[in-house]
Design a protein around this ligand. Structure first.
Ligand code: ASP
Ligand code: MG
Length: 412
């Protein structure tokens, strides 16, 4: 007998039929003898609607009231799931964040979980095999007693931290895809579902744009060492297919060198030419961007040959591109540079794999393969378990496919 947390995302509870279908997965686990806590999202589209209402009510609304409104989507599905489970003869009770309680910070709209008291839920597992159906996404700030929410996509994080608090053996994330793929299957038809992926790799993939899981949930899983199983609620409940297990590196028998290829179109490049090369110039460029909360990603500084000027290239999110240009132009006197060039039609393609730690030349092979296809690399960054190249957006699919094949990821 194990203790499981089963999380159902928006499409898995989109309507009563979907809630019933998801409840059958819960039923299967209960009948197998497991302790089960269920975490639910709002019905798909519901949270967007609630956010829209807040904005319509007043563009500058009180963040505490925003949370009071948007947390309601999960309240509805938690109650409905409990009713449906009960109708199937399963003992079940719904819990809102404040009832558990799930204690959070007071950063309304993006609160962090500080602590969860799982004692009562565990007592009910032991005494009456009661399934706990918990509203995801929400918590309570203990001092003020106000409802908080954990940020968009936050019910993934709810599920993982609840799994940690309940000392669960596994956290199953039921969604509308059957796992995590080596890359986006819409771009590479030969993308494969991964059986296992290490926490660190999944964290990179989620940060680099794979949308299956909220980044924070992967961080939490890594910190608390919670095995997370991404799987489909659209499977036959009687004979569910497999999914992708996100786990510790040690639990992966055959580690590939590269496990996945990610790409992000949300990149824009800014290059400063003829930057006067003196101590403090990087601070003069990136300080004002940081002050404006613009996230700079790749940074490349060219070593100057005449020791008086250099070139500096960096990338920012597409949405911040114009703002970043204005800020840099505004700081021109303080920085001192010749010209500013920018490009919005760029994409960052990344290869991720823990195996890179122990294998040399992994990135070099990619540079060669991309060159053979005539793809020009604008910028490169590397870290311990990934490397990224910035290229023209027109080559996105060709580059992703090329790397996917190069590292042996294509489905046979
Ligand atoms: N319902 C929330 C959202 O749409 C939380 C979640 O589903 O994870 O962001
Ligand atoms: Mg989600």
């Amino acid at each position: 007998m194990a203790r499981l947390v089963l999380k159902f995302g928006g499409t898995s509870v989109a309507n009563l039929d979907r809630i019933r279908a998801s409840a059958l997965h819960v039923k299967r686990e209960v009948e197998a003898g497991h302790d089960v806590a269920v975490v639910v999202s709002a019905m798909s589209g519901k949270t967007n609607e609630l956010v829209g209402w807040c904005r319509e009510a007043s563009p500058l609304h009180d963040a505490r009231e925003y949370d009071a409104v948007v947390a309601s989507g999960e309240q509805v599905t938690a109650g409905l799931m409990a009713i449906v489970l009960q109708s199937m003869g399963i003992t079940a009770r719904s819990w809102q964040g404040w009832q558990v309680p799930i204690l959070t910070s007071d950063q309304h709209g993006s609160a962090r979980v500080l602590g969860i008291d799982g004692a009562e839920l565990i007592r009910r597992f032991d005494e009456r095999k009661e399934v706990a159906v918990i509203a995801g996404f929400q918590g309570i700030h203990a001092e003020s007693g106000r409802i908080t929410t954990l940020g968009r996509g936050g019910s993934d994080t709810s599920a993982v931290v609840i799994a940690a608090a309940l000392k669960a053996d596994r956290c199953d994330i039921y969604t509308d895809v059957d796992g995590v793929y080596t890359t986006d299957p819409r771009v590479v038809a030969k993308a494969r579902r991964m059986d296992r992926v290490a926490f660190e790799e999944m964290l990179e993939m989620a940060s680099l744009g794979a949308k299956v899981l909220q980044v924070r949930s992967v961080e939490a899983a890594m910190v608390h060492r919670i095995k997370v199983f991404v799987r489909s609620s659209f499977d036959d409940p009687a004979a569910p297919a497999s999914g992708t297990l996100i786990c510790a590196e040690e639990d992966i028998m055959e580690q590939q060198i590269v496990t996945g290829i990610a790409f992000s179109r949300d990149e824009a490049q800014i290059t400063l030419r003829g930057v006067s090369d003196h101590p403090g110039v990087a601070a003069a460029i990136f300080g004002p961007l940081a002050d404006a909360a613009i996230n700079v990603d790749m940074i490349i500084q060219v070593v100057s040959d005449d020791t008086t000027t250099t070139d500096m290239t960096f990338t920012v999110p597409t949405a911040d591109y114009e703002r970043a240009r204005l800020i840099i132009e505004g700081a021109r006197a303080a920085i001192g540079f010749g010209s500013l060039q920018g490009a919005n039609d760029v994409v960052k393609v990344s290869a991720i794999g823990i195996g890179m730690r122990s294998h040399a030349g992994v990135a070099a092979r990619a540079f060669k393969a991309l060159a053979d296809k005539g793809i020009n690399i604008r910028a490169i960054t590397t870290s311990e378990i990934k490397f990224s190249v910035l290229i023209d957006a027109a080559y996105t699919e060709l580059a992703v496919r090329t790397l996917h094949t190069l590292y042996g990821l294509d489905r046979a």
